[in-house]
Design a binder for this molecule. Sequence first.
Ligand code: ADE
Ligand code: SF4
Length: 350
Amino acid sequence: MTDPKHFQQRVFTWFDDHGRKDLPWQQGLSPYRVWVSEIMLQQTQVKTVIPYFETFMQVFPTVEALAAASEDQVLHLWTGLGYYARARNLLRCAQVIVDEHGGKFPDSIEALEQLPGIGRSTAGAIRSIAFGKPAAILDGNVKRVLARHAAIPGWPGQTAVHRELWEIAGALSPKQRPAQYTQAMMDLGATVCLRSKPLCEICPLQTDCKAHLQGTQADYPGRKPRKTLPVRTTTMLIISNASSEIFLAKRPPTGIWGGLWSFPELDQANQATDFCLDTFGAQPARIEPGSALRHTFSHYHLDIQPLYLKLDQTGGNIMDGDGQLWYNLSSPERIGMAAPVSKLLKSIDK
Ligand code: ADE
Ligand code: SF4
């Protein structure tokens, strides 16, 4: 584990040279201004927030003014910032502050966390920035810095990973200059330890950052594990004629593989004879199952059961209309095909 003093020292030196010190909520510092800014800054960038913050402070200069507002008034000022539950919680929180706390924000993490819209990290930011008292924070930006610096594997949405990151955040946060430390860590995450292509060359933590030293920055924080995907099944009819051409049909323009050429598909393998009678006016001379293959889409696995059918006739005059063709394996047409279709075609003996 990194020595906290050494870690903090580098963070402070970096903050003194590069940190943001002229943000509107850093002027005329008050718990009310810090709170409003922290709520606006959840999931929203500083440069987007600034004009909203300034207008908001003109219209609602105090927590009492905000508590007396209607939800419509607050939502109107929030228009364009997104995540509107934040605005509704902001109003509810102002009412609780006025009704139950005499208009004064509490300064303990426990009390702050009880308020609508304030989670543990926002509570830490308010306590440290507005009250100058020691508190750990762990917003999205800080999670990225700490997960990379200590090379903590796993997705922070998992309890164990989340707990480990909070432990590190707590162990590293200083008793002195808590406000600057909080702002520095947020700024470092937002401006240096970028999600993709972090600027490690100018980072004060590079000398002992594990991810930087290993070149594995992109692995941290770990991503949400994929849910297990549902499995769907289909039977694909690979029908050859007496000239060893393969029957293909063009898929409808929308849906999966829209507009690509594919084999006819059935839900049930035992409908294959009927399909041939309907389509070609003839029964297949031979039916033989092939080995199944899996194709994976983003939302499901498709398990494909190929069924090889042999027709005795040549197919030339059977088809009418576009959207159906006999595919010649020796002189293949240049057409768009779904990946598993082209894979299956390639596996057929000429
Ligand atoms: N994101 C959340 N809080 C912030 C702050 N105080 N400064 C910059 N970005 C932030
Ligand atoms: Fe992030 Fe690179 Fe700094 Fe490590 S060295 S904390 S990866 S910017």
